[in-house]
Design a protein around this ligand. Structure first.
Ligand code: PHE
Length: 447
């Protein structure tokens, strides 16, 4: 058998893993949650929870992955004992199912981003009718653009870890960052934007401690860092033994947070600029328009009010969204692909086709029964599955896997680990604090 694939460079890994983390969750989810939950108040809770809870879980996934060097099923088995074998297998498969289900709805939403980006380009080319079809919600539009998005995802994943995922992430990520910064600067010059900056920057601290704000912030932190589905475990399995894992983890978290904060600097001022130009951003009951209303109605209305420049800005905006979605979707697809490739001995190409066809069929079912399934799949995967699987990963690392083995694995690439702060805090964190906090959140969301 050929040696297992690896990321070629440290930077390549950081770009790929932060590419997975940075997605619609950061650029869409985060700003919307900030706007709904008292501006800076949400930012404060989100930052605290990301460092205190999400980072330790991220490390649990990365360390299991690099130790086992395998897909999620074999990975969980590698750290389990006889008594916990069955739970390990279930956890491994559950991750694969969750990653696939997330991709099935993510590809639909990303398809809309593609469609809106293409619509702006067609409008510039004078094909207004076609552009309108791309913007209108229809089954045919949803199917076609979901398929196009899945095709792009497959093409990248097919080429493998270093030639596909790493190579593409290494240029998609800088392009994404450049686009966000250019858009922030442009939107800041619009009238009304200043008010958005004010709302964003002034935290209402009384609200950051409210339980609902904390719970929303935790869900956001998990989804945003791609935790609880095995993506980070799989990416960890391709990291070289010479790398310092805790430090790589910090790099990913910082990138993820930085882009979320930047996205806030773009979307929130844009929202207030839209309000200034006469677009409704609050509905009849006085609350903010819902999150898809913001991206697919408020912002396009703002762009329309800006004339031709607006169409160009709109094209850039939706291309940026599509790039962000693509670097995340490849990481989701890699979860079932690694399983079929390694566990079922399929060639990588076949594994990609099989996984993508299954996921696309699920997307079709969601599109055909949109009102019933769309919200349900999102809620099942992101509110319940991700935290529960994250909880299981922590329990395995904290209680099942031998502490000495964890230490040995983390010491690869970081021989002085035992003297540092990380080893003093992290083991008891994953053992006690993370499981308890995750249970608390789950209990709250059920109640
Ligand atoms: N982190 C991605 C985002 O913020 C979503 C994601 C979830 C990616 C789970 C992979 C796995 O959009």
């Amino acid at each position: 058998m050929s040696p297992r694939s690896e990321f070629k460079s440290k930077l390549g890994f950081i770009l790929a893993a932060s590419g997975s983390a940075i997605g619609l969750g950061n650029i869409w989810g985060f700003p919307v949650q900030v706007a709904e939950n008292g501006g800076g108040a949400f930012v404060a809770s989100y930052l605290a929870l990301t460092f205190l809870l999400a980072y330790p879980v991220l490390m649990a996934e990365l360390v299991i992955g690099r130790y086992a060097r395998a897909n999620t099923v074999s990975g969980m088995l590698a750290i389990s004992g006889n008594a916990t074998r069955l739970i390990a297998i279930v956890t491994g498969y559950w991750g694969i199912v969750t990653a696939s289900l997330i991709l099935s709805f993510y590809a639909i939403v990303a398809g809309w981003m593609f469609a809106y980006g293409a619509a702006a380009i067609f409008q510039l080319a004078g094909l207004a009718e076609l552009a309108q079809w791309m913007r209108d919600f229809s089954v045919s539009r949803n199917i076609i653009f979901c398929a196009i998005f899945m095709l792009f995802t497959c093409l990248i994943v097919r080429s493998g870890v270093s030639d596909g995922i790493e190579r593409w992430s290494s240029w998609l990520m800088p392009a994404l960052i450049a686009l966000i910064i250019a858009l922030i600067v442009y939107i800041a010059t619009l009238e009304g934007a200043a008010q958005g900056w004010q709302v964003y920057m002034q935290p209402d601290f009384a609200r950051s401690l409210q339980p609902e704000v904390m719970f929303d912030a935790l869900g956001q932190a998990f989804f945003s860092l791609s935790l609880g589905v095995g993506t980070m475990m799989i990416y960890g399995s391709y990291v070289s033994k010479n790398e310092n894992l805790p430090r790589l983890g910090v790099g990913i978290v910082l990138m993820d947070i930085a882009i979320a904060i930047l996205a806030g600097m773009l979307i929130i001022p844009a929202m207030y600029a839209a309000a200034h130009s006469g677009v409704e951003i609050y509905n009849a009951s006085g609350s903010l328009v819902n999150s898809d209303g913001l991206i697919f109605a408020v912002l396009p209305a703002l762009f329309d009010n800006l004339g031709t420049v607006g169409i160009v800005v709109s094209a850039f905006f939706f291309v940026m969204m599509s790039l962000a979605a693509l670097t995340s979707s490849i990481s989701m697809l890699e979860v079932p692909v690694a399983y079929f490739h390694e566990q079922q001995s399929m060639s990588r190409r076949l594994a990609v086709s099989v996984s993508a066809i299954i996921i696309f069929i699920i997307s079709l079912l969601i599109i055909a029964n949109f009102d019933q399934f769309f919200g349900m799949v999102i809620s099942f995967t992101t509110r319940y599955s991700e935290p529960l699987i994250g909880l299981l990963y922590c329990l395995f690392v904290g209680w099942v896997w031998h502490r000495n083995k964890v230490l040995q694995e983390l010491k690869c690439g970081n021989p002085a680990l035992e003297q540092g702060l990380f080893w003093k805090l992290w083991p008891s964190y994953v053992k006690y604090v993370c499981p308890l906090l995750i249970l608390l959140v789950l209990w709250q969301s059920v109640a």
